[in-house]
Design a protein around this ligand. Structure first.
Ligand SMILES: [Fe+2]
Length: 386
């Protein structure tokens, strides 16, 4: 097993610029094999996210000291997302973006920000006004028809809004750790896919949203919740359209309606490798078309303990300012969790305690923070017609 307990300065520079870093063989063969064996003997539908074989991939591996050093204290995960994707071809079904899976380029990637509510995609094109489609869609979640409310919960267990005032449409945390349990060195095996560098653009977008009216995430400025022009008339805008457009060019592949999609980078890893990313990175799973076995990435969501020292984060919740099933948590007087999370989304590096020196050096070298030439204001107008 690797004796490495911290990132090298070079790895920290990469994490700053690209938003991710791959840790080769961060997890021992014994831990990988134990997790694989547990997956092999799972009963149908069993949730393995809370098993020791999964959580040990972080708790008993070099990932814990490495992330502690780079990011800071975090709760040892007691749960995780077991990302198993069986080999399959392109599907006829509508995906969460409202397009047929087979029509979505780049192995069907549905690049998104984490912490967003997802309701199962309608499999028939939706009729009616945008308002009718919206209300019908969010009434079809596990808690039924609550109207437009922060109590609405998705099939992914995320709330429609984080806060009672409905000013924050995304949950957030500090870091992802993806642990790879099978060979994913050839593209098209279901890899986690990301847009390197886009974490900086997302941070700039969040700051802009906050500056406009304090609302952030979907249903904040420049980020309509639903895409009524998608083929099923009820797709999720999983990314702000301005960000999606910025990462497209003439070489970008399109869906049949001519819309361009950013090409994500597949994270190529082998069993025992892990990928650490910042929360702000747009990412997706992808279709396992070429794999000789199921793709197995075990996904952990970690939050710097300083954001909410009195809240225990379980490692799978993508909206930890609320409970796993959207319960409202108690916060002491003067502790506004929504504002703290907005701060973190707008200033992502503040929660990376061990990165401060490298970031200062890089920003000094580049003359400050990265700046993107994106006219976010131009997208406000589109909110009204979307
Ligand atoms: Fe995600």
């Amino acid at each position: 097993m690797s004796e490495v307990t911290q990132l090298t300065p070079e790895q920290k520079r990469n994490l700053y610029h690209d938003g991710y870093v791959i840790l080769k063989q961060a997890v021992s063969k014994e831990l990988v094999e134990a997790a694989r064996a547990r997956i092999r003997c799972a009963t149908k539908g069993e949730n393995l996210g809370g098993t020791k074989e999964m959580t040990d991939l972080v708790n008993a591996s070099s990932i814990t000291p490495i992330v502690r050093e780079a990011m800071g204290e975090f709760d040892p995960p007691t749960a995780c997302q077991v990302g198993v994707l069986k080999p399959r071809g392109p599907g006829e079904h509508f995906n969460n973006l409202g397009y047929r899976d087979k029509d979505m380029p780049y192995y069907g990637a549905e690049v998104h920000m984490d912490g967003n509510i997802t309701i199962m995609a309608p499999q028939e094109p939706q009729q009616g006004t945008p308002e009718e489609i919206y209300l019908r869609h969010f009434a079809s979640g596990p808690k039924g028809d609550l109207g437009r409310s922060p109590d609405v919960m998705g099939h992914n267990l995320g709330p429609l809004f984080q806060d009672p005032e409905m000013t924050l449409g995304l949950g957030s945390f500090t870091a992802f750790a993806f642990v790879c349990l099978n060979d994913q060195t050839e593209p098209g095996c279901g890899q986690t896919s990301i847009i390197p560098g886009a974490h900086h653009a997302m941070e700039q977008f969040f700051r802009w949203q906050r500056s406009v009216n304090g609302h952030m995430g979907p249903e904040g400025p420049g980020w309509p919740r639903l895409n009524y022009s998608s083929p099923n008339h009820c797709g999720m805008h999983y990314l702000p359209p301005a960000i999606r457009d910025y990462y497209c060019d003439e070489s970008s592949k399109t869906t049949p309606d001519g819309v361009r999609w950013p090409k994500p980078m597949q994270v190529l890893m082998e069993a025992g490798d892990a990928c650490i990313t910042v929360f702000n990175i747009p990412h997706s799973g992808s279709r396992n078309e070429n794999g000789s076995e199921s793709r197995k990435n075990i996904i952990f969501r970690l939050r710097n303990k300083r954001r909410q020292p009195n809240v225990v984060v379980n490692g799978v919740n993508d909206h930890p300012d609320r409970g796993q099933l959207c319960e409202w948590l108690e916060y002491e007087e003067g502790n506004n969790p929504w504002e703290r999370s907005k701060d973190a989304m707008c200033h992502m590096w503040q929660e990376w305690e061990g990165m401060q020196q490298i970031i200062a050096e890089e920003q000094a070298r580049e003359g400050g923070e990265k700046q993107f030439n994106i006219d976010f204001d131009a997208y406000i107008q589109q909110d009204r017609v979307a």
